[in-house]
Write a protein that binds this ligand. Structure first.
Ligand SMILES: C[S@@+](CC[C@H](N)C(=O)[O-])C[C@H]1O[C@@H](n2cnc3c(N)ncnc32)[C@H](O)[C@@H]1O
Length: 216
């Protein structure tokens, strides 16, 4: 959910053009089924960041049906992307979509809990772009798990840091059901903001984005 001014969102969403017709179809199907995928304005920014960075090795936490993974690889045809999804059913569906879009030579889908997968990652210092879009209460663990795998200067983008507004104000969580997640997300944001080994920009795009550059 996007909590920014509705008129601005509608205006920006109307400007959205999918990278390919097939990706447009995949977005439409996911939205119709209420599968959470990157919002349109988030996609626009991520693609611009990728155009600037031109990463060779990318890692994504949270595949869902493979939409963002396929967008990233459509834009960076020489890159390799690992994407991690813990729901078996989702991972199977993503695999099908990735094959149907002819992206299986670029995308390595790993089914499992990203915290576990990152702990057992075989390579050091290789990733130059990472996208955190998995369980909101585990962002700090994801980030810490990613650090040893990333090149100096790598970019790590964390999506949904606003958690549909809940991070910003309790009024978006009237029954207090998300208290623990809110506390964890606020701690994550403070942790990023206080780091001296990296810099982070916090942006009100989509459901809130944190764009971190390591070593700067
Ligand atoms: C917002 S969706 C990902 C959307 C996708 N990045 C896109 O934009 O097309 C989040 C996904 O993360 C998965 N997930 C949540 N926690 C996870 C974890 N600890 N490890 C791996 N996947 C996780 C969920 O099952 C869900 O499919």
């Amino acid at each position: 959910m996007n909590i920014i001014n509705e008129e601005a969102i509608q205006f920006l969403d109307d400007l959205y053009r999918p990278l390919t017709d097939a990706l447009g179809d995949l977005r439409r199907q996911a939205e119709e089924r209420k599968i959470p995928i990157i919002l349109k304005d988030t996609e626009a920014l991520l693609l611009q960041l990728l155009r600037i960075r031109k990463p060779k090795y990318m890692l994504e936490i949270g595949t869902a049906v493979g939409y963002s993974a396929c967008c990233f690889c459509q834009l960076c045809p020489d890159a390799t992307l690992w994407t991690i999804e813990y729901q078996e059913r989702m991972a199977k569906e993503a695999k099908k979509n990735i094959e149907a879009l002819g992206m299986d030579h670029q995308i390595r889908l790993i089914q499992g809990d990203a915290r576990e997968v990152l702990r057992n990652w075989p390579m050091d210092k290789k990733i130059d772009f990472a996208f955190i879009d998995g369980g909101k209460s585990h962002y700090e663990e994801f980030f810490n798990g990613l650090l040893p795998l990333c090149n100096p200067g790598a970019m790590i983008v964390s999506d949904n840091i606003f958690m549909s507004g809940k991070t910003l104000s309790e009024r978006y969580d009237p029954r207090g059901r998300a208290k623990t997640n809110i506390r964890k997300m606020r701690e994550y944001i403070a942790m990023l903001n206080n780091r001296t080994d990296s810099s982070t920009a916090f942006l009100p795009i989509g459901d809130g984005l944190a764009v971190t550059i390591l070593g700067e």
